[in-house]
Design a binder for this molecule. Structure first.
Ligand code: SF4
Length: 233
């Protein structure tokens, strides 16, 4: 009898834990990856709700508030409708949610390649080393450069990516100094992206070529395909 009671209690605890394993999400969708070295590939996007930064050029303000709680198992079941094993956890700021590292690990267990796109101001060492981190370093033009969490840079590997969103030449020169100071050329892939509608691709392309930096010029392909205001793509 005592054993039965214990088993029941443990089942209840297990059930409660399972139901507590949730993420607050703004949207889940299947599209073409518009950024990073995975650009052009079909990808499932899971967008978490909430961000503690306010970048001047943010294009996902609709993810700051609201959202809906999703249980891990419901997310897994939902994304199985698509013939794709590449998933990006994005936001908002995904690492604001305590359960996110556990969910990323669950995706890995289920055979997914997992990208986590983060603003770079929260500790990335909480993520499974197999997760591919796409981490912003916020330039001065974002208004949030003082929030960069510099110890993150030591956790990046060659498979990971560092993204500089560049508003102007001041941002570009600042990024070059950061790359030099932290020897980033020897580590993760470097991405340079112009602030949409403010800096044209050609100017940034010229700066990259002139500087000799071995970085990837990144365009937001999804905005070129579907337009800058379309959500869920
Ligand atoms: S970190 Fe991302 S979601 Fe948050 S304000 Fe900056 S661009 Fe927007």
């Amino acid at each position: 009898m005592a054993v039965e009671k214990t088993a029941t209690l443990s089942q209840k605890i297990s059930r409660r834990k399972s139901s507590e394993r949730t993420l607050r999400l703004t949207e889940i969708f299947y599209s073409i990856q518009g950024e990073s070295s995975y650009i052009g590939r079909p990808c499932i996007f899971i967008r978490t709700t909430g961000c503690d930064l306010r970048c001047s050029w943010c294009d996902t303000e609709y993810a700051f508030y609201g959202g809906k709680k999703w249980r891990f198992e419901d997310i897994l079941a939902f994304i199985q409708q698509w013939p794709c094993k590449l998933v990006e956890l994005t936001g908002g700021e995904p690492l604001l949610q305590k359960a996110l590292p556990e969910f990323a690990a669950l995706l890995l267990q289920n055979g997914y390649t997992v990208l986590v796109e983060t603003g770079g101001h929260r500790d990335i060492s909480v993520l499974d080393p197999r997760v591919i981190k796409i981490m912003d370093v916020k330039c001065p033009g974002s208004g949030e450069a003082d929030k960069n969490y510099w110890p993150n840079l030591q956790h990046l590997e060659p498979k990971d990516q560092v993204k500089f969103v560049v508003r102007d030449r001041t941002d570009f020169d600042w990024a070059l100094k950061v790359i030099d100071q932290y020897r980033l050329s020897e580590g993760p892939e470097l991405l340079f992206s112009p602030v949409w509608g403010e800096l044209d691709y050609e100017a940034l392309a010229e700066w990259i070529l002139q500087s000799g930096i071995q970085a990837r010029l990144q365009i937001q392909l999804h905005k070129i395909i579907w337009g800058p205001d379309r959500k869920g793509v």
